[in-house]
Design a protein around this ligand. Structure first.
Ligand SMILES: Nc1ncnc2c1ncn2[C@@H]1O[C@H](COP(=O)(O)OP(=O)(O)OP(=O)(O)O)[C@@H](O)[C@H]1O
Ligand SMILES: [Mg+2]
Length: 316
């Protein structure tokens, strides 16, 4: 792999009015590299990709491809969005051909590439299906096939597997690695999932909360395919976890309660904590009652803990 940077990000700042999102971000992505970016929700990961593709103007600083300002007419980029993005009025095959058709590839080329990539992602027999006849993983495969069919020099993926179950995710991750190895394309892959980042990335860039800076960049020397049970994999995963657990605690909100009490035969009280905005939710089931206390970061933490303590006292 050549070390000539494919992407160069220099002192990138992005504001939305008063809101400072990206605060002086600088990094390179090497030619052919698979870079994973992890960061707390709302820290500006999608904003970064949108700035890279020119959907957003940057406030200051620069993003370059091959040392030049990004030019979508010149540079071949593919972007797989956070939400499923198959066009509902097109069949699987037409969706896969779409990127090529807007690049005015010949009909033959479109057919050849569509056939190749539908085969690689296991969609050949569904080529005449419409998106509403497909499962979530099939929809993501359509997006992946469409992206690779254009043979992009840079592939941007924004939490593409966030809504899939673990088994499907592994399957698609392996397919993606295979395609990446075959194509030699440069990939920037955004994820919340630490295991996914360590499984896929040759390098992992960890972002802070807003105003967002790079907290740390870790090299991942483990050979692909990676064994998620190997001590080296587990050690690296733990290292990333250590670096992000200050914000990862917020994922309590995503499903698992922070802690549960079950006193005096009452229904269990579940407390959820969310670090990004310091929201504290306390609820018990089966009652419909739920107490929601949300305090902004600017509120003194003493008030938050006082509110929490009072709520706990009243309950217990
Ligand atoms: N077009 C916009 N106008 C104003 N504010 C925006 C705009 N796009 C994003 N933001 C703000 O910028 C911040 C970063 O948003 P962004 O969607 O980039 O976060 P993210 O890291 O991708 O989050 P998630 O992990 O939830 O996808 C948020 O506070 C968001 O409200
Ligand atoms: Mg996002």
């Amino acid at each position: 792999m050549s070390r000539e940077p494919k992407v160069t990000v220099e002192h990138l700042v992005k504001r939305f009015g008063e809101l400072l999102v990206l605060d002086d971000i600088s990094f390179d992505v090497a030619q052919g590299e698979f870079l994973c970016i992890v960061g707390p929700t709302g820290c500006g990961k999608t904003t970064f990709l949108n700035s890279l593709t020119g959907l957003y103007d940057v406030t200051s600083g620069s993003i370059k491809i091959n040392g030049e300002a990004v030019d979508l007419k010149k540079h071949s980029l593919a972007y797989i969005f956070q939400e499923y993005s198959a066009m509902p009025w097109l069949t699987v095959e037409q969706n896969v051909r779409f990127g090529l058709s807007i690049k005015h590839a010949s009909r033959k080329e479109q057919e050849r590439q569509a056939r190749k990539y539908m085969e690689l992602v296991g969609l050949s027999q569904f080529k005449d299906y419409y998106p509403d006849q497909l499962s979530a993983s099939m929809l993501q495969r359509v997006a992946i096939a469409r992206a690779f069919a254009t043979e992009p020099e840079l592939l941007l993926m924004d939490e593409p597997y966030g809504q899939l179950d673990t088994e499907l995710r592994y399957k698609l991750e392996n397919e993606l690695l295979e395609l990446w190895k075959q194509s030699g394309t440069t990939v920037i892959f955004i994820t919340h999932n630490i295991e996914e980042a360590v499984y896929l990335g040759q390098r992992i860039l960890i972002l802070s909360n807003k105003p967002t800076r790079i907290k740390k960049t870790l090299d991942n020397p483990l050979a692909v395919p990676r064994d998620i049970a190997s001590p080296e994999f587990v050690a690296l995963r733990n290292e990333v976890t250590e670096l992000i657990k200050w914000w990862y605690a917020g994922s309590f909100l995503a499903g698992q309660p922070g802690f549960t009490t079950n006193r005096g035969g009452r229904p269990p009280l579940k407390c959820y904590l969310s670090s990004p905005n310091f929201s504290i939710r306390m609820s018990y089931w089966p009652s419909r009652m739920s107490i929601l206390i949300t305090a902004s970061l600017r509120a003194p933490s003493a008030i938050i803990f006082l509110a929490m303590a009072v709520s706990m006292f009243l309950w217990i």
